[in-house]
Write a protein that binds this ligand. Sequence first.
Ligand SMILES: [Zn+2]
Ligand SMILES: [Zn+2]
Length: 311
Amino acid sequence: MKKIILLTLTLLCSKVYSQTFEVVPLGVYGGDHEDNLSSYLIGKYKANAYLALDAGTINAGIRKAITFKTFEVPAGRVLRDYIKGYFISHGHLDHLAGMIINSPSDTAKNIYATAAMIDVLKAHYFINDTWANFANEGDLPIRKYQYKRLKIGQIDTVTNTGMTIQAFDLSHVNPKKSSAVLVTIGDSSIVYLGDTGADRVEKVTNLENLWQSIAPIIKSRRLKALMIEVSFPNAQPEKLLFGHLTPLLLNEELGKLATFTGRDMLQGLNVIVTHMKPVSDNVDTIKRQLLENNSYKVNFIFPEQGKRMVF
Ligand SMILES: [Zn+2]
Ligand SMILES: [Zn+2]
C-alpha cells in the first residue's frame, strides 16, 4: 500500500515538474469575430512572462482568460507587465489589430518579426495617418515599441522571458508573406505557424524546410506542441484557399513531416488547430473532418479563448 502511495506521489510530482510551457489563447479564429482573433500568450509555466504569438485580439482575450480572473489580475496589468513582447507572423489585421489598438495603454516592449513583416508595420500600421507611430522607426516615432528583425533560421532571445525563438518563412499566397516561430525553453519547444498554404498548392518548399528543421526535435520527443492553422473545411476549392489549409491538406503536410520523423513519432503529438474561419458550420465541420481522418494519430487540440493549456 505504502509503495502504491509513494509511486502515485512520484508520478504526480514528475507530471508537475515536466510542465514547461503555458499557452493562453487570447483569440483563436481567423476572421469574423473581432473579439476572438489569432493571439496566443506563450511563456514558461507560472512565470507570468509571455510572448504574444500574433496579436489579433488582446484586451478582449485577457478579460476572458480564466487564469487571470482566478487570481484577480487586472487586464491592464497583464497587458503592461505580463506580456513582454510580440511576435507578429504576417501583416493581416486578424493577427495584429489588438496590438495596434491597445498600444496607447501598453508599456515599452519589442516586436519580433521578419524584416519583411516589419516593413509592413512601418508602411501601413505604425504611421501617423492611421494611428500614432508607437514604434521606433518611421515618421515621428514615439519609440514605445522596438522593432527586432528576426533572421530566418537564427536563434534570438526574447527579452525577460527565458525563451528563445527561431523564425521560418511561410507561404501565404506570396512565398515570404507569413512566418513561423520555434519557441524554446531549455530543451523543450513549441512551434507556432502563422497563416500558411500547403507546399503543393503554393508551389513552394517552405513547409518542407520547416518539417526538416524540426524533425530532430520531434524524434527526441522535445516538441511539446505544433500550432498550425486549418482555415477551411475540405469542400473549399484549392483555387479559393488564399494561402490556407484544410483538414486534407494538413494531413498531406503531416505525411511529409512523417517522411523526416518516421510515422510512429507523430503518434500522440499535440497538434493545436488554429485560425478556423467561423462561418456557418465550418468550425464543427473542420473538427469532424480532422478527427475522422486522423491518419497519423496525432492528438488534435482545439484551443478555446481564455482557457490556458499547459505542456
Ligand atoms: Zn489570418
Ligand atoms: Zn493571413
